[in-house]
Design a protein around this ligand. Structure first.
Ligand code: NAD
Ligand code: MG
Length: 401
C-alpha cells in the first residue's frame, strides 16, 4: 500500500459528515482523494468546495452533468456511476477508504477497496451482513486492514489486544457483549409499535443517524445486523455474541475474557469518537466530540433484550444460524421493508412479518453459499423481489438457487 489519501464513500450522509468534522479537528488532516454521494448534487458540491477532494463522484450517472456544472471552475474532477465508486476506492493514491454508504449499495465499492489492500474503515454494515465471509476472506488475502467504525464494533476492537486483525478469532475471549440503546420504542407494547409512524421511528433518543439505520434501531434489526457483523468481523460464533439493552448509550460494547474480565469502551454517543479512533489508529487524534462526564452521566443500567416485542433480533439470529446466504436474504428483505415503511406503504409491525415470510420462503429452497459474489448478488435480487411481493400482498417466487 503506497497511497496516502482518504476516500469517503457516502460523504453526504450522517457518518460521512461526522468524518469530515473529525478532519476539521486536525491541524494536518489526511488529504482527500474523493468524496461520493448517491445523487444529491447540491450537498456533494458544497462539501467538495469546502473540503477540496481531487475527485467528486455521484453513484447515479444521470447526475454527472449537474455535478460538473456545480463544480465548474474548481479544478475538482467529476465522475459517476457505480464503477466510478469502485475505481476511486482502489486508486493507487489512496491509503484508506471510509465505507459510509447506506445499504447493499456499498458492497461493490467497499469490496473494491478490500481487494486493493486498502485500510478500510467500515461503518456500512449491510455488506458485512450480506457477504461477511467473502469480505473478511478477501481482506485476509489482500492484507487490507479492516477497522470497524460502527460504535459497538469499534468499542470491541478497542478492547481487543493491540495488533488484533479482524477476521481472526481473538485469543482468550469467551464472549462479546453488544450494547443496544433499545431505540425509541424500548418501552412500547407490541400493539403500540404496530402502527408507529416513520416520524416516531426515526426519533432516536441518543443518536443522530440516517433514516434507514434509525428505523433499524427502532425495530432492533440494527442490533440483529450487528450480531452478524460482529460474527464476521471477530470470527466468533453468534451464540458467543450477547445483546444487552443499555438505554444510556454510554458503554458502547464489551469483551468478556476467559478469566472473568469484562473490558468496555465508554464515551459520549457521538460517531466522531469511533471515526477519530479509526482514522487515527494506532495513533489517537482529537475527534471534536465532547468528553463524557461520568458524574453527569449518572446511573448506567442494563436489561435483557426482548425478542418477543422485537422479533427482528430473533430473525437475525435464525439467519446466521441457518448460514449460507440466509443473512443476505434477511438484509435485502429488511432494506425493502424499511423503504416501504418510510414511504408509508407498510406498517411498522409488518416489517418483521415481511422479513420472516421471505426467510421462510428461502428456507424452502436450497440456499447457495455466501462465498461467491455472484451467488450473493443473485440472492440479494431474489430476496428483494420476494420482499416487494410480500409488501404488496402478492405471491413471491420459490427460491431456486
Ligand atoms: P445516511 O442515509 O445518512 O447516508 C448515506 C450515504 O450513502 C449518503 O452519502 C448517500 O448519498 C449515500 N448513498 C445512499 N444510497 C446510495 C447508493 N445507492 N449508491 C451510492 N451511495 C448511496 O446513512 P448513515 O446514517 O450515515 O449510515 C451509513 C452507514 O453507516 C449505514 O450502513 C449505517 O448502518 C452505518 N452506521 C451509521 C451510524 C450513524 O450514526 N449514522 C452508526 C453506525 C453505523
Ligand atoms: Mg451500531
Amino acid at each position: 500500500m503506497s497511497g496516502t489519501d482518504l476516500v469517503i464513500l457516502g460523504a453526504t450522509g450522517s457518518v460521512g459528515r461526522s468524518a469530515l468534522e473529525v478532519l476539521d479537528a486536525q491541524s494536518a488532516p489526511q488529504p482527500l482523494h474523493a468524496l461520493t454521494a448517491h445523487r444529491d448534487v447540491a450537498a456533494l458540491a458544497e462539501l467538495c468546495r469546502r473540503y477540496r477532494p481531487r475527485v467528486a463522484v455521484v453513484a447515479d450517472a444521470t447526475a454527472i452533468d449537474a455535478l460538473r456544472d456545480a463544480l465548474s471552475g474548481t479544478g475538482i474532477a467529476v465522475t459517476g456511476g457505480t464503477d466510478a465508486l469502485a475505481e476511486v476506492a482502489a486508486d493507487a493514491r489512496v491509503a484508506s477508504v471510509l465505507s459510509a454508504i447506506v445499504g447493499a449499495a456499498g458492497l461493490l465499492p467497499t469490496l473494491s477497496a478490500v481487494r486493493a489492500g486498502k485500510r478500510v474503515l467500515v461503518a456500512n454494515k449491510e455488506p458485512l451482513v450480506m457477504a461477511g465471509e467473502l469480505f473478511l476472506a478477501e481482506a485476509l488475502a489482500s492484507g487490507a486492514e479492516i477497522v470497524p467504525v460502527d460504535s459497538e464494533h469499534n468499542a470491541i476492537y478497542q478492547c481487543l489486544p493491540a495488533g488484533y486483525v479482524c477476521g481472526r478469532t481473538p485469543e482468550g475471549v469467551e464472549k462479546l457483549v453488544l450494547t443496544a440503546s433499545g431505540g425509541p420504542f424500548r418501552t412500547w407494547s407490541t400493539e403500540a409499535m404496530r402502527t408507529a409512524t416513520p416520524e416516531q421511528a426515526v426519533a432516536h433518543p441518543n443518536w443522530q443517524m440516517g433514516a434507514k439505520i434509525s428505523v433499524d434501531s427502532a425495530s432492533m434489526m440494527n442490533k440483529g445486523l450487528e450480531v452478524i457483523e460482529a460474527h464476521w468481523l471477530f470470527a466468533m460464533p453468534h451464540e458467543a455474541i450477547e445483546v444487552v439493552v443499555h438505554p444510556q448509550s454510554v458503554v458502547h460494547s464489551l469483551v468478556a475474557y476467559r478469566d472473568g474480565s469484562l473490558l468496555a469502551q465508554l464515551g459520549a454517543p457521538d460517531m466522531k469518537i469511533p471515526l477519530a479512533h479509526a482514522l487515527g489508529h494506532p495513533e489517537r487524534m482529537p475527534s471534536g466530540a465532547r468528553m463524557l462526564d461520568l458524574v453527569a452521566a449518572g446511573d448506567l443500567t442494563f436489561e435483557p433484550a426482548d425478542e418477543t416485542r422485537f422479533p427482528c433480533l430473533g430473525l437475525a439470529r435464525a439467519a446466521i444460524a441457518q448460514g449460507a446466504t440466509a443473512p443476505t436474504v434477511l438484509n435485502a428483505a429488511n432494506e425493502v421493508a424499511v423503504e416501504a415503511f418510510l414511504a408509508g406503504r407498510l406498517a411498522f409491525g409488518q416489517i418483521s412479518e415481511v422479513i420472516a415470510s421471505v426467510l421462510d420462503r428461502a428456507a424452502g429452497g436450497t440456499l447457495p453459499a455466501a462465498t461467491e459474489l455472484d451467488a450473493v448478488l443473485r440472492m440479494d435480487d431474489w430476496a428483494r423481489d420476494n420482499a416487494r411481493a410480500a409488501v404488496s400482498g402478492s405471491k413471491g417466487t420459490t427460491c431456486q438457487a
